[in-house]
Write a protein that binds this ligand. Sequence first.
Ligand code: TEU
Length: 474
Amino acid sequence: NGDGVGDLKGITSRLDYLADLGVDVVWLSPVYKSPQDDNGYDISDYQDIDPLFGTLEDMDELLAEAHKRGLKIVMDLVVNHTSDEHAWFQASRDKDDPHADWYWWRPARPGHEPGTPGAEPNQWGSYFGGSAWQYDPKRGEYYLHQFSRKQPDLNWENPEVRKAVYKMMNWWMDRGIDGFRMDVITLISKRLDGHGRLPGEIDSELSEGEMGEEGYTDASPFCSDGPRLDEFLAEMRREVFEGREGYMNVGEAPGITPARNEHVTDPKNGELDMLFLFDHVGIDQEGSKWNTVPFEVKNLRARLADQQEAVKNAGWASLFFCNHDQPRVVSRWGDDADRESRELSAKAFGMLLHMHRGTPYIYEGEELGMTNAHFTTLEQYRDLESINAYRQRVEEAKCQSAESMMAALALIGRDNARTPMQWDASRYAGFTAPDAATEPWIGVNPNHVEINAAEEFDDPGSVYSFYKKLIAMR
Ligand code: TEU
């Protein structure tokens, strides 16, 4: 609609392109009501569409048009956390409200003035910078947020939380969606000590992990693949999916090993159909995400071999290199220096993706060989993960130089994947009208003049045609 942001109607208008490419299912990143602190992964109303993207009626039209073409739509389920603007969280800020125990609230550390530095319940850091605990003056306590402070973690130990999530999921399944991609679903079960306390909490038996270079400890050993994950996933399947047909569910699984993947995706355990594992997309980082190390083919081969071995007898694999959190594989691990090397390496990764055991997932524009953005200034970035990391590592902790951080952002920042889809060679690549009153929300890659769907669609030698052949072969 010319406001520089993608719309549901825009996706509906491009379904023929996807049907021609031959994909079966479209994974839609969150389009629910959201303050957009983390590009919609901070949801303030699960059962409404944000006006930025359209209306529930537009969603119904997208579903109907997709189903007409034999395409399925899975929605992004973000239930490890909500937005702090969600009604549940606002209610939870009152200790006497029935929602009081729907989030991870903890008092200040004894002997410390609430709200002052060092008074946090423990020293965990957030994935998006700073402490994982935010003080709320109204309640007089801290709440846990593994991601931004506007994304408070839900307390899945509380059966009322689980019941409300399943109710919402059934509402969407009854509306006609075909399943979910489940955001950081492995984080919903956290490791507690015998008294139900989190690590580092007052006299908790659990340590809270080692101190990192940014001045915080790492929560992930205690907040991924916790002891009740299998129980929660099996309960979710019983409460939402039992008796339904033709759906699929894939869980995003930071912290899960290939061996655990086999258990979770083995149908006899009644948990999830598939998981996205992370071990292969970490091979060019050491310790911090922003401490990049050279890519080596043998490391990718070893990680993919482990994942394939683990599903040799049971379970299933998800095969991906690209998504909205990962940079463009042709720039990251291929070679986008000139047209020939870009096309050849894009095709090589496309073949690697489709010729393994598992379900291949391709990210918008990957089938065109779209490249990283190659941004050069911090102002070009939009992602709070990148901007916060720059501030924290370069300006606060001073553990990385500006030059090294800008190079890391250009290589693996999430915005590399988020530049507008390149439909044609026009001013804004067909993402919005060339004479649109408003610029796209993030810069269009200048190379859209030669890398775009219009250019590749009928070219038998294009990356697009190669992906189309691979998909047809599968
Ligand atoms: O991603 C969680 C996650 O693991 C990524 O943030 C990853 O840790 C980071 O980008 C380094 O690769 C999911 C969503 O995919 C992401 O877009 C959200 O920002 C995040 O959860 C919070 O909902």
